[in-house]
Ligand binder design. Structure first.
Ligand SMILES: Cc1cc2nc3c(=O)[nH]c(=O)nc-3n(C[C@H](O)[C@H](O)[C@H](O)COP(=O)(O)O)c2cc1C
Length: 169
């Protein structure tokens, strides 16, 4: 188990996976940890589909057609139940924020277990909804490949300096 500071530095967007199958129990462990993520009013407006059969993976790969993405032995399809999420008085629905927190908890829980992930949002959401028969209240927001990284090197982090975005008032 990593120290938290080490963990956030270790987590990176992996775009090359070994074909090694990930045990369902390992994915369940990752989700068990991540499901303690906070959400507005504790609404937990999420659904997660674990795609690890040739059929379901083929559908995901059609919606995000990249060579590297096809190396992942499993993909988590993370969806928002917008109708279950908290909506502020000014109409702002918080499903996207809640799902982002859950997805990031998943990336960190996975990294803690030696697994790699990559956020993917640039997929064909309409196609995913059609292929998985998702209704209007189950919006596909993130495809998260998960697996054993094919390379050991963790790329250097490119980040802004705090002075570029933090203001003390
Ligand atoms: C909301 C969000 C959407 C992203 N979508 C994609 C994507 O569609 N394809 C991709 O290759 N990477 C995607 N990424 C990964 C980012 O490119 C990556 O997090 C960023 O470059 C920082 O690199 P790091 O994660 O290795 O620290 C996404 C990340 C986030 C947070």
């Amino acid at each position: 188990m990593a120290d938290f500071n080490d963990l956030v530095q270790m987590r990176y967007s992996c775009r090359n996976y070994l074909p090694t199958k990930i045990d369902n129990s390992l994915i369940e462990q990752v989700l068990e940890t991540a499901h303690f993520a906070p959400s507005a009013t504790n609404a937990q407006p999420w659904r997660v589909f674990v795609l690890n059969t040739p059929e379901s993976l083929a559908k995901a790969r059609q919606a995000y057609n990249r060579e590297w993405f096809a190396t992942a032995p499993a993909v988590l399809l993370i969806c928002a139940q917008t109708d279950k999420a908290w909506t502020r008085a000014d109409g702002k629905n918080h499903a996207d924020i809640d799902i982002a927190i859950l997805a990031d908890y998943i990336t960190l829980a996975a990294a803690d277990m030696g697994l790699a992930t990559c956020w993917v949002c640039n997929f064909d959401a309409k196609l995913i909804s059609e292929q998985f028969g998702l209704d209007n209240n189950c919006k596909p927001l993130v495809l998260l490949p998960i697996g054993v990284p094919a390379i050991d090197d963790i790329p250097a982090k490119k980040r802004k300096y705090l002075s570029e975005f933090v203001e003390w008032m």
